[in-house]
Design a binder for this molecule. Structure first.
Ligand code: PMP
Length: 360
């Protein structure tokens, strides 16, 4: 068996320990004679799995009691619609557009009400986070929306926007559990799990209870009402049970690693290895304003698309996979989520040094 260093933006690398444990439990989960994949979601065995997953996540993020944790399907993209359907009481909300995912969420919200773009960084290809300390927040806005870490462009809100008392809603898909956060600052934070937590097919939404009213926009399907899932403990219908099981394992892995403060230190160390090299390199350049750099997604270019393609090809041959930038921006992107070991980033930097010597 040989595993590569996988820099994919998602689905992405998972901790090897977790994959091995899942493999061992594949045919016979803890003596019950079947795989978790084959198990009723109403069984006692599965109830323990989902309850432990929620408890461990609550521990990791220190989620206050007055927040619900929902394990939902439909991906992060479905939240783009669920959020306005559930929260747009005044039919108005403010969006900060810092990349394609924020833009898609903003465009989706326009179907349900007045979605105001109150700030954007599109003028410079989303390479920075706009100043959000004193924005023109709409008096009628039901919430202010951000995408906290921009997977494609490699930017991250280092400070949350000043929402002037309005509910903050954040898509944290690509920075989920990468560092401690103060959940009480958000009304809703949600993320697809396929980047930093588990396999694809699930989104976790953490929602302050007073926002789950059941009083949703007319025509909202039952499945898209937060209250449906909150009342049923995420078991209204058959959930993505295997994904919940895998995420639960990753939560335990994170706790064993020492929790989110330790992950933050580790992530800062990994990102610094790469950014420090990029800042010194005579060939490669980071594309993001330094103060807004993401710890998770690191885009870079040589400035020559042919050389970029050569780099991606040769890196793959050296066991460094999925380094091609998003199709909309080109160049390269290294996603260095929690489960990417420090050695993976060291190997990437060593390869970049070698490539630079050979090609400058
Ligand atoms: N938000 C962000 C920040 C993302 O990176 C992505 C996926 N790359 C999405 C939303 C969409 O996620 P999904 O494919 O789960 O709908």
């Amino acid at each position: 068996m040989s595993r590569v260093y996988n820099f994919s933006a998602g689905p992405a690398v998972l901790p090897e320990e977790v994959l091995k444990e899942a493999a061992e439990e594949m045919l016979d989960y803890r003596g019950c004679g079947m795989s978790v994949m084959e198990m009723s979601h109403r069984s006692g065995m599965f109830e323990t799995i989902i309850n432990e997953a929620e408890e461990d996540l609550r521990d990791l993020l220190q989620i206050p009691e007055n927040y619900k944790v929902l394990f939902l399907q439909g991906g992060a993209s479905q939240q783009f619609a669920m959020i306005p359907m559930n929260l747009m009481k005044n039919r108005e909300a403010d969006y900060i557009v810092t990349g394609q995912w924020a833009k898609k969420a903003w465009q989706e919200a326009q179907k349900y009400g007045k979605a105001n773009k109150i700030a954007s960084s599109e003028d410079k290809t989303f390479s920075y986070i706009p100043d959000c300390s004193d924005l023109d927040i709409s008096p009628n806005a039901d919430y202010v929306y951000i995408c906290e870490n921009n997977t494609i462009y490699g930017t991250k809100f280092r400070e949350l926007p000043n929402t002037k008392g309005k509910t903050l809603v954040a898509d944290v898909s690509s920075c989920f559990l990468s560092e401690p956060v103060d959940v009480s600052k958000y009304g809703v934070l949600y993320g697809g799990v396929q980047k930093n937590i588990g396999p694809a097919g699930m989104v976790i939404s953490i929602i302050r209870e007073d926002l789950i009213t059941g009083d949703v926009l007319e025509g909202t399907p039952t499945m898209l009402n937060f209250k449906t899932h909150a009342d049923a403990g995420s078991l209204y219908n058959t959930p993505n049970s295997y994904c919940i099981y895998m995420c639960g394992k990753v939560f335990k892995w994170l706790k064993n690693m020492g929790g989110l403060s330790v992950m933050k230190e580790r992530n800062e160390k990994k990102a610094a290895l790469l950014y420090d090299f990029l800042d010194k390199s005579h060939l490669f350049k980071g594309t993001v304003v330094p103060k807004d750099r993401s710890l998770m997604n690191v885009p870079f270019v040589t400035g020559n698309p042919e050389l970029d393609a050569k780099f991606v090809k040769e890196a793959k041959e050296a066991g460094l996979e999925n380094l091609k930038g998003h199709r909309s921006v080109g160049g390269m992107r290294a996603s260095i989520y929690n489960a990417m070991p420090v050695e993976g980033v060291e190997a990437l930097v060593a390869f970049m040094k070698k490539f630079e010597k050979e090609n400058v």
